[in-house]
Design a protein around this ligand. Structure first.
Ligand SMILES: Nc1ncnc2c1ncn2[C@@H]1O[C@H](COP(=O)(O)OP(=O)(O)OP(=O)(O)O)[C@@H](O)[C@H]1O
Ligand SMILES: [Mg+2]
Length: 303
């Protein structure tokens, strides 16, 4: 549904993105994950036709955003990083404006206004000017404006920044609903936990380049990243002999820590090596995207 083919964009000396490629299928959420200035918004701006890349091409439902903008935009929804709303208009009026801009009118538009207001939990505040809204409410309305025309492909540029936990939850579950209805979603963020919760696949972008791509599980494998298993209980030297020594990080009479790949599938096999009364508690901690990013770049994600 969304195809980005080898796009590059320069601003003077700065190479904002370098040969970025990815695709997003219907019913899939693809996460573009990277620190400030990595090139996330530039990629989104190229995809939405707001910026023309120096090289490469962006296709939406098979139509080039630059050569066939009308066909391409018909299927596209955009929720930009900077809020795109009229502050002195009400929530409903803003939705009307965006609905009309996307070609909706009459009863269909009215119905969709109501639907998206309910979806983001703003139906009770629909008549108030946006000026009265909190930051989180504005974010929710910004999102509603981008989905009013039920796009097949949706571009979300850090939609939850500065949003309280309740608004965030509203947004995340609305995004999951859209995915389940078959929408192709591009989601940019620098929040690890969101990417891990939402995204089917992730591209890690740094200094304009995608440095790793795949599902969270694939990325972990690609990095040879291992999971941590912690066992608490009462252990003896004979128990130690039951374990693969290369996996042992720590061994005390009360606690064993092991590093293994794919811990959750190996846990039951490891537990079976012990007398059942010996292990009081077992836990598995998976490598996360943050540790992958640090390993790939040598830097924290929130530089
Ligand atoms: N219009 C512009 N003129 C000059 N430089 C630009 C312009 N737009 C983006 N850049 C530069 O391109 C690089 C990538 O910026 P971009 O906005 O794509 O990053 P980002 O990943 O969205 O970051 P953030 O997480 O802060 O939103 C940055 O170095 C930025 O300064
Ligand atoms: Mg940005």
């Amino acid at each position: 549904m969304l195809n980005v083919v080898q796009i590059s964009k320069r601003f003077g000396q700065i190479e904002a993105i370098k040969k970025v490629s990815f695709e997003v299928k219907p019913g899939e959420i693809y996460g573009l994950l990277g620190p400030n200035g990595a090139g996330k918004s530039t990629s989104i701006r190229c995809l939405s036709g707001l910026t023309v890349p120096d090289e490469g091409e962006c296709l939406i439902n098979g139509h080039s955003i630059h050569n066939e903008p009308i066909q391409a935009k018909k299927h596209l929804g955009l929720v930009p990083q900077d809020l795109a709303m009229y502050q002195d208009l009400s929530a409903r009026e803003n939705l009307q404006f965006w609905g009309r801009a996307y070609g909706l009118s009459g009863q269909v538009l009215k119905l969709r206004q109501q639907e998206v207001l309910e979806q983001v939990g703003l139906d009770k505040r629909a008549k108030e000017p946006v000026n009265n809204f909190s930051g989180g409410m504005k974010r929710r309305l910004n999102f509603a404006c981008g989905i009013i025309h039920q796009p097949k492909a949706l571009l979300l540029d850090e939609p939850t920044v500065g949003v309280d936990p309740q608004s965030r939850e509203h947004l995340l579950s609305a995004i999951e609903d859209l995915k389940n209805q078959g929408t192709a979603v591009l989601y940019t963020t620098h929040y690890m936990q969101e990417a891990e919760r939402l995204c089917d696949r992730v591209g890690i972008i740094d200094q304009g380049e995608i440095i790793a791509q795949g599902s969270v599980t694939e990325l972990r494998k690609q990095m040879g990243e291992k999971d941590l298993i912690t066992l608490e209980g009462q252990f003896s030297e004979t128990d130690k002999a039951q374990l693969d020594h290369s996996e042992i990080l720590e061994f005390t009479p009360q606690q064993i820590r092991l590093m293994t790949s794919n811990a959750s599938s190996q846990l039951s096999e490891i537990l079976a090596r012990f007398d059942s009364q010996k292990v009081h508690q077992a836990s598995v901690q998976q490598a996360n995207l943050e540790s992958l990013f640090i390993k790939l770049t040598g830097r924290e994600l929130r530089d």
